[in-house]
Design a protein around this ligand. Structure first.
Ligand SMILES: C[S@@+](CC[C@H](N)C(=O)[O-])C[C@H]1O[C@@H](n2cnc3c(N)ncnc32)[C@H](O)[C@@H]1O
Length: 395
């Protein structure tokens, strides 16, 4: 099987030792979240997910004035920008360089290395996803790749969901909408079994690679629409970060329909018969502030009365409709194409206005099936950053 849009990575030639050597070499040069943030001079690890495109000129100046090996790795693998072959080969062992080339993470051309995908340090993991700035190295983006079919780049929704994950032992974890697999792979060391699904075949190829890269032999990723093709076995944790951004079109990667619920609702409905007694469902949501009045009714409609304890917690980060529309438009068109940027911005702005949505916030819904009053989510969820509870219903 050659590299293609659907299967950008291939590793049938690689053994566990090849993956481990690459992982350990990255760790050895300090290619880890805090160190990468320090190398880039951004104020915190959170600023990596996602990096602000506008900072690129400043970040590049900083990297280019550093002689540390990890600066070269950060430029190629995190920013997805070309680096000269000589410093890269000085920074990394031949074995790691060969690994990247053979797997399809990078190509070498005329004395330069170009990244085809990114490798992002995320807590204790190395997570491959599509490049954060797809247009920044023209000519080295797979044909047909767009913001709609790109493998989800770790962003604030992934980062916030990661904080909400209870770090305890799980027998069986199911993650529909797994993207790169980053969230469930965070739990791999504490879980008996992990199953993830994604509708995007490219994401599944990358998630499988990420399982190998992070030594998670207990993780299995499959292509499919939510729960299609899965059996009826029960899981004690089901987590989902589905597309939930209020938008205009339903697409794999982002929009959840005008109200942001088109994938969220079937993701919740399909989770319920698969939750073990006492099992926990965690699902991300975007809320228009308008939703505050009816979110309780909406939650009540998703869960059979009396069987679940449910909680919705809103994160403090939120955006005015205008900021949100600008952000979405920038993600879709990139700064190169002003006309598309402007048109997309207007589409979002008008859609939100029609929906009466003035502010967009991120939230997590937690639901426990039965389970005699045990805590719904881990302490992490109550750290500063979570603004307030919107729904807190005892089952
Ligand atoms: C917001 S991203 C989250 C990815 C990953 N869980 C994370 O947090 O980094 C949503 C993911 O849902 C996938 N997706 C969208 N609709 C889906 C569906 N009906 N069934 C399965 N996956 C879907 C997209 O391809 C995308 O990878």
């Amino acid at each position: 099987m050659g590299n293609s849009l659907e299967n950008p990575l291939q590793w049938d030639w690689a053994g566990d030792a090849d993956f481990a050597a690459f992982r350990e070499e990255l760790a050895g040069i300090g290619y880890a979240p805090a160190e990468a943030a320090a190398e880039l001079g951004v104020p915190s690890v959170e600023a990596l997910y996602p990096l602000d495109y506008r900072l690129l000129p400043v970040l590049l100046d900083r990297l280019e004035s550093s002689s540390r090996p990890r600066a070269v790795a950060v430029k190629l693998l995190l920013l997805g920008l070309p680096v000269r072959s000589q410093p890269l080969c000085a920074a990394l062992a031949d074995r790691s360089v060969d690994f990247m080339l053979r797997a399809g993470l990078a190509v070498e051309q005329e004395g330069m290395f170009h990244a085809l995908l990114s490798v992002v340090p995320f807590q204790h993991l190395q997570v491959v996803s599509d490049k954060l700035f797809m247009n920044a190295d023209p000519g080295f983006t797979a044909e047909g790749l767009s913001s709609e079919n790109a493998v989800w780049r770790l962003d604030r929704t992934t980062r916030i969901m990661a904080r909400a994950l209870p770090r305890r032992g799980w027998r069986s974890v199911l993650e529909p909408c797994c993207g790169s697999g980053a969230l469930s792979l965070l739990l791999a060391g504490r879980a008996g079994r992990i199953t993830g699904t994604d509708i995007n075949p490219r994401a599944v190829n990358v998630a499988r690679f990420n399982a190998r890269l992070n030594g998670a032999a207990n993780a299995e990723f499959r292509q499919g629409d939510l729960y299609a093709g899965l059996g009826q076995e029960h899981h004690d944790l089901i987590l989902a970060n589905p597309p939930s951004a209020p938008g205009l079109v339903r697409a794999w990667n982002r929009e959840g329909g005008t109200a942001g619920r088109e994938v969220v609702e079937p993701a919740i409905a399909g989770a319920l018969p698969r939750l073990a007694d006492g099992g926990l469902l965690l699902c991300s949501l975007h809320l228009g502030y308008r939703d505050d009045r009816d979110i309780q009714d909406w939650v009540a409609r998703q869960f059979p009365a009396g069987e679940y304890r449910t909680l919705v917690v809103r994160h403090a980060e939120h955006w005015s409709a205008d900021e949100y529309a600008l952000n979405e438009a920038l993600r879709k068109s990139g700064p190169r194409d002003l006309e598309t940027y402007r048109r997309t911005y207007r589409m979002y702005r008008d859609g939100l206005e029609r929906g009466g949505i003035g502010t967009v916030a991120f939230a997590v819904l937690a639901a426990r099936r039965g389970g005699n009053g045990s805590a719904l989510v881990s302490d992490e969820l109550y750290q500063p950053g979570w603004e307030r509870r919107i729904v807190d219903l005892a089952g």
